[in-house]
Design a binder for this molecule. Structure first.
Ligand SMILES: [Zn+2]
Length: 313
């Protein structure tokens, strides 16, 4: 057993056992446990990096392709990314001018939107295919690699963003410390993770979409995330509990994981175009129905995701 990344305690109490509910890459069961010192939840034991690689199916990120359904989905994704773009844009306006680095950029849709608004952007992803799609489709320069070893100059970025990255890392502190090194003195760090203190998390427990066993090695509550970030030399500037892209869709996927479009694509389900359209429309209806709940929990500062902006102390 390893010590807690937040408080150093080695006391740990098992909470529940769960398997890969979303992508079904394995039938193995994993244990989510709670730290006896600070309450941080994590997968225990943590799978090795070789084992973890098996749980990331190819196509884990979005590539619109050239077909009409892909184009429609891209239009939808652009629309729901609005919260991310506005949050980061206002962070960038408070920093000295400079480029933005998006860690875990996937197919680069977010980078493409910022680039169109006149910002200089760079993407980083562990998947070379994702980096290629970001280059080719979004015209965003992207590098394949991990942040701690990326060939990037210290003190050169106005903003570093990591959306849904930290919870996947065996050692999230290394990435935060590297981000601090890469940022200019006035640079901004923007993070988003699922919030284990949300109403959705309390309602669904092990079946909450945000648990995403075995890919999520940590289940941060908003307070855990803040403590972690502050411990790596940052001060929190602001937090946001609503994301149009993530919160209603998260609730829909918790209720009906078999309808989740990404999961169906990743699992390569054989579907006729009529079946696919029906499932997509059902899922969309569920997302719309989930919106009032997602808005209410966010208003209560218990949204199913939390986005924070932080500066170097
Ligand atoms: Zn702890």
């Amino acid at each position: 057993m390893t010590a807690c990344v937040l408080c150093g305690s080695d006391r740990l109490a098992p909470l529940y056992r769960a398997s890969d509910r979303l992508y079904r890459t394995t039938r193995k069961e994993f244990t989510v446990a709670r730290c006896g010192g600070c309450g941080l939840m994590r997968l225990d034991p943590q799978p090795s990096s070789e084992e973890l690689r098996q749980y990331y199916p190819p196509g884990y990120w979005f590539d619109p392709g050239g077909e009409i359904p892909g184009r429609l989905e891209e239009a939808y994704r652009r629309l729901v990314l609005g919260d991310h773009v506005r949050f980061v844009e206002s962070a960038l306006r408070r920093a000295e001018p400079g480029p933005l680095l998006d860690v875990g950029c996937g197919g680069g849709l977010f980078l493409g939107l910022l680039r169109k608004r006149g910002f200089e952007v760079v993407g980083l992803d562990v998947s070379w295919e994702a980096a290629r799609v970001a280059w080719q489709r979004q015209h965003a320069p992207a590098v394949c690699g991990t942040l701690d070893r990326a060939p990037l100059r210290a003190g050169s970025f106005a903003c570093v963003t990591m959306f849904h990255v930290l919870e996947h890392l065996p050692d999230p502190r290394t990435f935060l410390i590297t981000a601090a090194r890469l940022l200019q003195p006035s640079g901004r760090l923007v993070l988003q993770v699922p919030n284990a203190a949300s109403w959705q998390s309390r309602l669904f427990g092990a079946a909450w979409n945000g648990v995403d066993v075995p890919r999520h090695l940590y289940d941060f509550r908003d307070c855990d995330l803040e403590k972690l970030v502050e411990g790596c030399g940052f001060a929190i500037v602001r937090r946001k509990y609503f994301s149009l892209r993530d919160n209603p869709a998260g609730l829909a996927s918790s209720l009906a994981p078999a309808l989740d479009p990404m999961a169906r694509r990743v699992r390569k389900l054989e579907e006729s175009s009529a079946t696919r359209l029906t499932k997509d429309l059902l899922y969309l209806a569920l997302v719309c129905a989930a919106l009032p709940f997602a808005l209410a929990e966010a208003a209560g500062r218990a949204g199913s995701t939390v986005m924070i902006e932080a500066v170097k102390r």
